[in-house]
Design a protein around this ligand. Structure first.
Ligand code: NIG
Ligand code: FE
Length: 407
């Protein structure tokens, strides 16, 4: 692959708060280089700086140039929480909810997650892979260059493993969400977990990088989640939890007790949970689109940042509670609904999201040695990224030194 010189950029933005994960005031520190270039070589950032320091005579002979006049660049965005591997849709439920039905009612009536489980089981691995690839193209168009995606719509051995393979073969980082819901063929959560840990975990641990569980009434309680997560940790997986989406059901203390990588959602988290997270190394992954989509309260983002917690943003892209793959929309909600600044929002879905995925040494920054992942905006001020709600502000997306998307 030839080297790529992105030249004459109006700005390059570098999250600057030191070594990730970033907390407190470090979250909002950015360095903006005006009239800048970025040189990518062999899939990595080779150099970044002002055009005045570019030494043309030192460029590789086969370098390809990208004229970026009038454009600002930010690091490739990192979406650390998606459910991008699914078949079917829930558009009919979307209408039912618009007419007043609640997400929890639909779930209790066998719809919701279980409706997507039926469609995903019936799809086959080839169709699931095609679905993740399609969703990855959607993510590229919004500037996401690194994504995680969970299983959890199979809940049987073959479909869960097919989901994890589909994510990996599409370039995503797979998380085994083996405890998402109790499928109808099991009488209760405990018997389902007996099966999942005995029959699915050994293969899932080979395919996934992390494990996740939905701690909520109607899903798994804290004791069941502890059993599941302990077994997953023993099998070598990093631990994540969906918790406090509707109720505080013990997911936050459990995440801290087990030293989980993250606890995600937190729409229902109160002051004790905020304090506890601030005193821990567990990242708080906030999903404001899910709150918006379901008409729920927003998570206590400002309190978490001010208390010193590790705050992260992600889409939660899924067919039920957050049919939205756009991190720029998430960043807009962070600025308009969560009380974060544009630079805090940027760090939360770049460096801190990469930390959650265990890849903060290669993703989330525009610095020599990091993966050459960049988003070029159709604007000369990088803050158009959160500012232009629903806009077409992403102009070019570079992943590992190659243009993977252009408007
Ligand atoms: O993070 N809360 C549980 N899981 C997903 C929703 C999945 C679905 O509705 O299909 C979430 O919101
Ligand atoms: Fe989720």
């Amino acid at each position: 692959m030839p080297a790529l010189l992105v030249r004459d950029l109006a700005q390059v933005v570098l999250p600057a708060g030191g070594r990730p994960p970033l907390r407190g005031s470090a979250l909002g520190e950015v360095r903006v280089v005006e009239d800048a270039y970025v040189l990518c070589d062999d899939g990595r950032i080779a150099a970044v700086g002002p055009m005045s320091e570019l030494r043309s005579e030192e460029l590789p002979a086969d370098v390809v140039e990208l004229d970026a006049r009038g454009r600002a660049a930010v690091p490739g965005l990192v979406d650390c929480h998606t459910h991008a591997c699914f078949a079917g849709d829930r558009v009919a439920e979307f209408e039912l909810r618009a007419r007043g039905a609640s997400y929890e009612e639909l779930h209790a009536a066998g719809g919701g997650i279980l409706a997507t489980v039926r469609a995903t089981r019936a799809a086959g691995e080839e169709a699931l892979t095609a679905a993740v690839e399609r969703h990855r193209r959607w993510m590229h168009a919004h500037g996401t260059t690194t994504f995680e995606a969970k299983s959890g719509y199979g809940l049987d051995r073959d479909t869960e493993c097919a989901q994890l393979r589909a994510v990996a073969s599409s370039g995503g980082l797979p998380t085994w969400l083996g405890a998402h819901a109790v499928p109808p063929e099991f009488p209760d959560a405990d018997e389902y977990l007996d099966f999942a840990l005995e029959e699915v975990l050994p293969e899932a641990a080979r395919l996934a990088v992390a494990a996740d569980v939905f701690v909520e009434r109607g899903a798994f309680d804290a004791a069941q989640a502890r059993r599941y997560l302990n077994a997953c940790r023993d099998a070598g997986l990093a631990l994540r939890l969906h918790a406090d989406q509707f109720t505080e059901a013990g997911g936050v203390p459990l995440a801290i007790e087990l030293g989980a990588r993250s606890v995600d959602h937190l729409e229902a988290t109160g002051p004790d949970g905020v304090r506890a997270l601030a005193g821990s190394d567990v990242a708080a992954v906030l999903l404001p689109v899910a709150a918006l989509f379901l008409g729920r309260p927003m998570p206590p983002a400002r309190a978490l940042v001010d208390a010193g917690a590790i705050v992260v943003l992600a889409t939660d892209f899924n067919p039920g509670s957050a049919f939205c793959e756009s991190l720029p929309v998430v960043m807009n909600l962070a600025c308009t609904q969560l009380g974060l600044s544009p630079s805090e929002a940027l760090a939360a879905c770049t460096v801190n999201a990469a930390h959650v995925l265990g890849c903060a040494d290669r993703a989330g920054r525009v610095e020599p040695g990091y993966a050459a992942d960049l988003v070029l905006l159709d604007a000369s001020d990088w803050r158009y990224l959160p500012y232009h709600l629903g806009g077409e502000q992403v102009a070019n997306v570079v992943k590992e030194g190659e243009v993977v998307w252009e408007r």
